[in-house]
Design a protein around this ligand. Sequence first.
Ligand code: KMH
Ligand code: ZN
Length: 277
Amino acid sequence: MEKLIITAAICGAEVTKEQNPAVPYTVKEMVREAKSAYDAGAAVIHVHVREDDGTPTQSKKRFKEVLDAIYKEIPDVLVIPSTGGAVGMSAEERLQPTELFPEMATLDCGTCNFGDDVFENTIPMMREFGKRMLENNIKPEYECFEMGHLDTILRLAQKGQVPGAPMQFNFVLGVFGCTPATGENLAWLVRNIPEGSTWTATGIGRYQFPLAMAAIPMGGNVRVGFEDNLYLSKGVLAKSNGELVEKVVRLSRELGREIASPAEARRILSLPEKQII
Ligand code: KMH
Ligand code: ZN
C-alpha cells in the first residue's frame, strides 16, 4: 500500500472565528495554519481565501498573496486552491485561481444541497471548469458530495470534456443534505472509480476521524482541517489544523501506514516533480 497523503483544508469558506478562534482569515494566519499542518505531516494544503474580516473571496489577487506567502514558508508543499469558493458565487468568480496555474485545483462534481443552501455545479458549469483545467494544464481534484456526482464526472471524462486518467477523487461525505459519511457509502464510491485512480476521504464534522479510520486501511488518503471540522474530540476545539493532522498521523501509524511527504504525494498523484529553488 502507498503511504498516506494527508490534506489539510485549513480554512474553508463557511467556518468563522466565532466558532473557533484559530480559523485563519489574514495572510499571516493562513501561513501559520498551513505551516502547523505541514509540520504535523500534511503534504497537501487545500486553500480557500478570505478577506481580513473573514468574508470569503475568490479574488485572484488574494489567492496570489496567500499562495506566495505559503510557498515562501514551505516551498515544497502541494497547494490545491478551491474553485468551489462559497455558495452563491458565479462560475467566473470561482475560476479566478486557475489563472495562477496551480498544480491542482478542486472541481466540484454536481449541484447539491449544502445545509440550507444549494451549491450550484450544473453540467455546463462543470464543462466550463474542465475546459479551463485542460487549457491551463491543471489536474483536478474531483470533489464528490453525492453518489451521483461520481457517475456524472466519469461521463464527462469519457467524453474528454474534463481531464481524464489518472483521476483524483475527494469523497466529501456528511454534508447536511448530501451523502452520509458511512463506510458503506465510501466503499461503494471506491468500488466504482476507474482502475489507477487515487482517492481521498473527507468526513464532515464528527465524522472526520471515523471516515479517516475507514479510509486508511482501504488504501485511500485523508483530508482533515477546519473547513470540515473544528473539533479534536467531542467538545474539545482544535487549537490548530496541525492538531487535527497529528491525530490522523497517530491513527495511521497505529494501523501500520506511513505518511507521504509532498514529493511522495506528487508521485502518487502522477504530478510532475516540483523544482524547489
Ligand atoms: N465551500 C463549499 C460551498 C471546493 O472547495 O471545491 C464548496 C467547497 C468545494 O468547499
Ligand atoms: Zn473547499
